[in-house]
Design a protein around this ligand. Sequence first.
Ligand SMILES: Cc1cc2nc3c(=O)[nH]c(=O)nc-3n(C[C@H](O)[C@H](O)[C@H](O)COP(=O)(O)O)c2cc1C
Length: 236
Amino acid sequence: MAGITDGKFCREIASYGFDMVTIGGYNADKPTIDAGCKVIARGRLEFDIKEDGLISTIKNEASIIKDSWNGRVSVNLRAVSFKPIIQISKLENIDVVELNAHCRQPEIMDVGGGQALLNEPEILYNLTKKIVERAESKVSVKIRANVPGVDYIRLSKAVEDAGADYLHVDAMKPGHDCADYEIIRSISKSTEIFLIGNNSIKDLKSARNMIDAGADGISIARATIGGFLPFDLSLI
Ligand SMILES: Cc1cc2nc3c(=O)[nH]c(=O)nc-3n(C[C@H](O)[C@H](O)[C@H](O)COP(=O)(O)O)c2cc1C
């Protein structure tokens, strides 16, 4: 999920010791797909999946990974409605559906998706709950830290109360090239949910800092680009 979204890339990266890889993000319902078309028009080509090809694309990308790997496959989805997410949760090779409350592309936010969900804890709660109640896979919610006006403790508790299995936090700290470990620490202290800490993990030190701050797991995006990781994940 750093601009490269496909199964081939995830399968290569999986060999470095991950127990879960994430494909996507994909726009999963009509409002986000229409918004994605506008994003594509200004050059973000990774948003280019058509509504009628979405399920077959996800099936295909997931099977590329699962055909030769036993770990879990998550799929990151931008949506403002639950039905398409439920359909995807039923696919054979999908272990986790991840609701994207993270994307800050204005077109996605304009339809109430991605980061716009952070300012609407009740909507995020209701959407997550509907997904949790119906999904046939585990459910994750991915959020972005340090968006002005967001009460992260309230938001994290809403995700936990809705029954999600994972809270995936991009602990971005504007103006810094390290994560905001404090926000991870405060969410960890306030909830019991499995917390995946993300942002700027590029070596053992940054990975361990994230775990020490209270994350139960870590995720890595940009440092995976280039086909290698600069450190051995089993050492964390
Ligand atoms: C080009 C690019 C595309 C991204 N696309 C997605 C996405 O579709 N869904 C998502 O949840 N995060 C997306 N991200 C965010 C990353 O998954 C990650 O949260 C962020 O880059 C911070 O982690 P990192 O420091 O390990 O890269 C994207 C990041 C980049 C750089």
